[in-house]
Design a protein around this ligand. Structure first.
Ligand SMILES: Cc1cc2nc3c(=O)[nH]c(=O)nc-3n(C[C@H](O)[C@H](O)[C@H](O)COP(=O)(O)OP(=O)(O)OC[C@H]3O[C@@H](n4cnc5c(N)ncnc54)[C@H](O)[C@@H]3O)c2cc1C
Ligand code: FES
Length: 345
């Protein structure tokens, strides 16, 4: 099915912390964009004569906010995030793809407590879902456990504090600070990283089958939470996580060599050098072939191609993909195993 694209106007830019801003897009006049809390918007921009595309989770929630909001943290040396921070202004038009993503609130009537686990910019989809749950599920106890350096670098601190007042009996928030300043009065601020001991203690008296967990942050956070939940025998069906980046294990690349790959796109064949460690998608983009893509983490399918000849392997997929046929490959995670690979997209 063809992907719908939109051009959206930036109505407001909000500074959240020293290195994070929120872009607030105006909804189009006619074709309003529908999305689910926790999904993401894919932005495309021309930077130094080349088109770059990056996904950003909604920090807004369709039930609460009228603008479409995405919150972007500056990544050291990151091409797209720095370009946004340094050049984008109110009134600019930005090309976006239709919302995507399956990190959304799954309604389940047996759940009476939801736990949101986040670190840094991982708060964006969590806040989107959290706002929706608070407004639409008043009987569900909502807990946010949020790791940052300190309060100055905590994205959405004011919003979270307002929600704490508005939903006093429904919402609880714990902050974990690696640059901790001791505050005797506030036992909701903890020192260090979110850790297993805390998780086991927090969940010790709850009926684990009645809890749901949403995780977004670095891979260490995801592993810590999932390991602790496994100790507590939490059902896997109520644990959801979102990955902002693909974590590559060098071991998986031991038998991969630099190869040439024939890429068939829009009826044209181009032979592209794919360096060891680079995905076929990255190599095609470097060669000026504008293949479609979004997440670059093997979850959205936008870069799906068909293997016509040769052998290749997908590396780094975090989710099991039973929906892919034998010849289907996500090119953002694909690496050639032979020197005769031909792939069509
Ligand atoms: C589904 C999804 C949702 C996302 N939502 C958000 C969001 O809400 N807010 C947000 O700021 N970013 C979000 N991202 C990350 C975003 O898409 C970009 O990857 C990020 O802005 C870096 O892009 P860049 O062009 O600046 O860096 P690049 O030039 O592409 O890369 C620089 C390096 O930074 C690494 N990197 C990417 N993301 C991070 C990170 N978060 N922390 C540390 N290193 C990183 C990359 O692996 C790469 O090695 C999301 C990613 C995905 C897949
Ligand atoms: S770009 Fe999303 S699966 Fe490859």
């Amino acid at each position: 099915m063809a992907m719908k694209n939109y051009t959206l106007k930036i109505q407001e830019i909000r500074k959240e912390t020293k290195d994070t801003i929120t872009l607030c897009f105006k909804q189009p006049g006619l074709r309003k964009i529908k999305y689910q809390a926790g999904q993401y918007l894919t932005l495309s921009l021309q930077i130094n004569g080349r088109k770059y595309t990056r996904p950003y989770s909604f920090s807004s929630s369709p039930l609460v906010d009228s603008l479409l909001e995405t919150t972007i943290k500056r990544i050291p040396d990151g091409i797209f995030s720095n370009h946004i921070h340094d050049t984008i202004q109110v009134g600019d038009m930005v090309e976006v793809m239709e919302p995507m993503g399956d990190f959304v609130h799954v309604t389940n009537e047996t759940i009476n407590r939801i736990y949101f686990w986040g670190v840094g910019s991982g708060i964006t989809p969590l806040l989107s879902i959290l706002k929706e749950v608070l407004i639409s599920n008043p009987l569900v106890q909502v807990n946010l456990i949020y790791g940052n350096k300190n309060f100055e670098s905590t994205i959405f601190l004011d919003t979270i504090n307002q929600l704490l007042v508005q939903y006093e009996s429904q919402l609880k928030v714990w902050h974990f600070h690696t640059q901790y300043t001791h505050d005797k009065k506030n036992h909701f601020v903890k020192c260090g990283r979110i850790n297993q001991e805390f998780i086991l203690h927090l969940l010790k008296d709850v009926v684990i089958e009645k809890t749901a967990h949403y995780i977004c942050g670095p891979v260490d956070l995801k592993n810590t939470i999932k390991e602790a939940l496994a100790v507590l025998e939490c059902p896997k069906a109520t644990i959801f996580s979102e990955d902002f980046e693909l974590v590559k294990n060098p071991k998986d690349f031991e038998d991969i060599l630099t190869q040439h790959v024939n890429i068939r796109f829009q009826g044209n064949d181009t032979l592209v050098e794919v360096l060891k460690g680079k995905s076929i998608l990255e190599s095609a983009l470097d060669a000026g072939i504008e293949l479609p893509y979004s997440c670059q983490t093997g979850s959205c399918n936008t870069c799906k191609g068909k293997l016509k000849e040769g052998n290749m392997r997908m590396i780094g997929l975090t989710k099991e993909r039973k929906d892919l046929k034998k010849e289907d490959y996500l090119l953002c995670c694909s690496h050639p195993l032979t020197d005769d690979v031909c792939v069509e997209i």
